[in-house]
Design a protein around this ligand. Structure first.
Ligand code: HEC
Length: 145
């Protein structure tokens, strides 16, 4: 076997081996009493958008896309979820102090204004992000009322 074949075989074996290292799934299947939708009268359309574009990384329930079942896709996803939830968790929003909630509302609006969220590959869903940017001020008004 020449060295090129050995390298390819090594890579293939490595790829197969890492498939067995699946990160734990972020899915408790429940809507907690601290969920933002239980605290504030969030309009259905906004809930849909939050669930479709933000909850995957900012809640306790991620819908896993196909590539997350193939490593290192799942690890990539898991690290986004870990960092995303550490900064902002819509499922546990009610656990934040009012001051922290208000700060989070501000940074949500800012992230949408500046187009920094959702990150990376998720920005493909541009039209959804734009509609959220339009709806978010309404959400914030509801929250402030
Ligand atoms: C693919 C995963 C992912 C998605 C989807 C996503 N985020 Fe994030 N978000 C992150 C990560 C990771 C961070 C941590 C900071 C960083 O790495 O940029 C973050 C940070 C944030 C922050 C900063 C929180 C703070 O304390 O300042 C806000 C606000 C935010 N996201 C809002 C949103 C909103 C609103 C959506 C939906 C439109 C969204 N994100 C969708 C991964 C994601």
């Amino acid at each position: 076997m020449n060295w090129k074949k050995k390298v390819l075989l090594g890579l293939l074996i490595g790829f197969i081996v890492i498939q067995f290292i699946q990160p734990a799934h972020n899915n408790n299947g429940q809507v907690l009493p601290t969920d933002i939708t239980k605290l504030y009268p969030v309009p259905d359309r906004v809930v849909d958008i939050l669930k479709n574009t933000c909850y995957d990384c900012h809640s306790n329930n991620t819908r896993y896309p196909w590539y997350s079942y193939i490593q290192p896709g799942g690890w990539w996803m898991a690290s986004h979820i870990k960092n995303g939830k550490a900064d902002l968790n819509f499922s546990e929003f009610g656990g934040y102090s009012i001051r922290k909630q208000q700060n989070k509302f501000r940074s949500i609006a800012k992230s949408l204004d500046e187009g920094t969220m959702p990150i990376g590959a998720y920005t493909i869903i541009h039209s959804l992000q734009n509609s959220l940017a339009l709806l978010l001020p309404k959400l914030i008004n509801c929250a402030a009322a």
